[in-house]
Structure formats: structure tokens, C-alpha cells
Ligand binder design. Sequence first.
Ligand code: ACM
Length: 508
Amino acid sequence: MTPPGTPPLPTALGRVVPAPASVLPGDGAYTLTSETAIRVGATGEARTVGDYLAGVLRPSTGLPLPLTSEDGEDGIRLRLDPAESALGDEGYRLESADGALTLTAREPAGLFHAVQTLRQLLPPAVERDTAQPGPWTVPGGVVTDTPRFAYRGAMVDVARHFFTVGQLKRYIDQLALYKINKLHLHLTDDQGWRLAIDSWPELTVAGAATAVGGGSGGHYTKAQYTEIVEYAASRHLEVIPEIDFPGHTAAALAAYPELNPDGVTVEVHTGTEVGFSSLTVGKEITYDFVDDVLREVAEITPGRYLHIGGDEADATSAEDYAVFMKRAQAVVAKYGKTVVAWHQLAGAEPAPGAVAQYWGWDGTSAEERAGVAGLAAQGVRLILSPADRTYLDHKYTAEDELGLKWAGLVEVDHSYDWDPATYLEGVPQDAVLGVEAAIWTETVETTEQLEYMAFPRLLSTAERGWSAGGEWSEFRHRLAAQAPRWEALGIAYYKSPTVPWGEAGSGA
Ligand code: ACM
């Protein structure tokens, strides 16, 4: 900790997660003052990002930070420049010097990511919501940064335990700080159906009444779902809804007896076993159901993807699985969306453009891995969520009360110990669309528990998605430097013994 009365050290340029592509320290430093303006122009997307930046900086700095004209060489300048083609869809440049701090991007997402880097270059107290002493200094130099992968996701399972709109907004803000750009919502499972579907209203009555352990359930109305989608978009995250078919469907089968082979209803499941439920592949009503659900979900989803699950369909025969997945993928295409499915899609014919999400682990068989490499060979792009690296629901150590451990223990150093470009044999970097950190919620019920499981491991996946290279021996110091920021934000986290918390220069 910093002794009382000592101003916080300026955080060194580059002490940022995920690691920027290029950091060139320079002379001088930029310090916010009562004269500082945020220069953005009168309207437009730079102004929207400027408003967001002011919202982050004003409470803690106590400075007025007015949004003013883009003309001028001083202040914090936000520039969108279509000629900056090398910055791509999400890249940015941050230039810090005496008198001016300039953020430049080609697209608004890049400017937004630049703001996240700026936050991390300011002392952690900037995250507090009451006035703090400062000074607010950014070291001099230039950061130029573009992501390695286009897809950098986080999944939340809201089916096993329900999480409210407010809880998701809080997590979205945390994801944005680390440049995660996709929020995958696992909306349906054996234990609950969490999104209202007008044409099948019982799904969110009988199908949403409970959760793992038999507690109260919950669901999102369409208006609430739209609120999540819009909030995520305001933080440059695209929402990917998952409706898990044909297994993981006991909640739907409980709500509608006619979806069962014999027309007799089943109970919503409150345990944590998997692989026992299936839609009835041979009944036409199954496809009416799938069509209605995917149509309604597509209507309220501006993003390009619909995730249709397809994992652990152990109660569906291999033939039925292939038949079902072919028809379900065609429905996704009919509604103008791109399919995402778990990597069991290898057991069916992937639709053109389909994306598969790998969730295996070190114990996954060579045959199953070969099936995934086969998908890549057919042109299917992969999202990598290796369970023993990116599953945030797994225990860190054997002593943890929370969490599962079927893929082993996932200590923080282990969560960083992989490279998406070489992780799966036969899946080269250009077959990898990106990475995703998933939090399953069999054991996770509260925001505090979710944060404890996500922090710090979420940052390993965020960095593997954004940055090329990276060694644990260096990353662990950047992780440690984040802790005072989490404390300022009230984020619960696991104080892993693998991370040098509290070391000098961590900016506390
Ligand atoms: C999964 O973990 N069943 C995708």
C-alpha cells in the first residue's frame, strides 16, 4: 500500500491488461487539471464515447471535464478518422504528452477500447465514485493497439441460477474494462428457461419457476432482454443468445407435454446431472417449436449469431442428432443469422458459415479433438473455450467450496498457460475466430460469487484473445496491478498465491 500522504505513482505506460500490441514510452506526462476539456465535437460517435469517459472520470477526479469542440491542441482529444485503416475495426492509438492526450481510432469501438486503456493508465482511485485526491497523471508516450482475435467472449449461464438485468450490467462493465466484445447468454437448460417467447408462453411460467437446488427461478421479458442487449452495445459488446437444443431441454419439456415422445410432461430439473433430456426429433411439433423460438429470438437480437447449443445430447441417438442439427441450423439461416454450436456439431453437417465452440480439456479424447480439427478443415471457424483454462466455474484449488472440477483445478497461472493458435492440433490460427471465458452457475448464485470465480481468471482469457504472446512471469505483475482497481470498484476476487499482490509499483 502507498503510505498516507504519498501521491499514487503514475502507472507505467503499458501496465495494462490485455497487453497492448505496441508501447513506446516518451517524454513528459499528461495530467488532468480543472482546465481539462474532453474535445469531441458537437455530435456523433466520438461524443458518445466522450460522454462515457466523462462519466468514468468526473466522480473520482471531481473535475468538470466539459465536452467541447474538437478544434484545439490541448486536453483529452477523441478523434475518429476513417483514414486510419491500420487500426481496423477495434484498434486505437493513445498519445500522451505534456498538455494533450489524444485517442485516435477508425471506428467507435476502437475509441472505446482506448478509453479502457486510459482508465488503466490512471491511478486505481479513478474507479471510485467519490472525489479522490489525485494527481491524475498518464505517463508520456504512444500506445498503438489492435486485437489478435475478433471474437473475445464471456458466457454467463443464467439457466442454472438466474441473474438479473442489473447483475448482468455490472458484469458487462467489468468485461468492457478488459476489451471483451461478446456476451454469450446461456438462456435455457434443464433447470430453467429464462427468456419470454410469446408463442410458447408456458416456457417462462412452468419452465422458469425454479433453479438448481430448487430455489426461485426467474426470466427476462423481451423488454428486459432488449435492455441487456442495448446496455451491452453501449459498451461495444454483442450479445449472443444461446437456446440449447436438442438436449438440456427439461425445462421446455416440463412446460409443454406435447414436446415429449409420449405427450406426458416431465419435471423441471433441480439437480446438476446432464445428458438425460432431449427434444423429440421424430415429431413435427418439435420443429414448429424450434422455428418459433429462433424466429422470436432473432427478432430481438441485433447481433449476427444465434447459438443453438448441441452439447451433451446423450439422450438423442447419433442419427437423430444429425437430423435435428441440420434442421435447426436451417432455421437459423432462414432468420438471417449465423449458427454457433458447441463442438459436438462435429456429429452433424455444419451449415455454411457455422461457428463451433470447443469446450474440451486436456482429458478430451484424440478422436473428439480430431472431429474438431475436421470441422476446421471444412472451413468452420472455432471459438476456443478449453474448460481447463477458460471455465470460470471451476475450482481454483481443491479447498474451494464453490465450483466444479470435472476438468481439473484451474489456478490462475494455469488459466493463462495456453496459446489459441497452437492449442488444438489441426486448428491453425486462421481457423480460430476467438476465445471465450464461460461461467456456469450450478454452484454460483450471487454477484460476489460470480466475481470471485471470474477475477482474476477472466483476464487470462481476455489477454489470450487480444494480445499475441505473453509470459506468465510478466503477466502476473500486470494482474497484481489490477487489484487496487478491483478494490476501488468493489469487485470480489480470489487472492491467488500465484500472483504477487501488493508489490511496489502496483499503483495502489
Ligand atoms: C458444456 O460445458 N457442456 C458446453
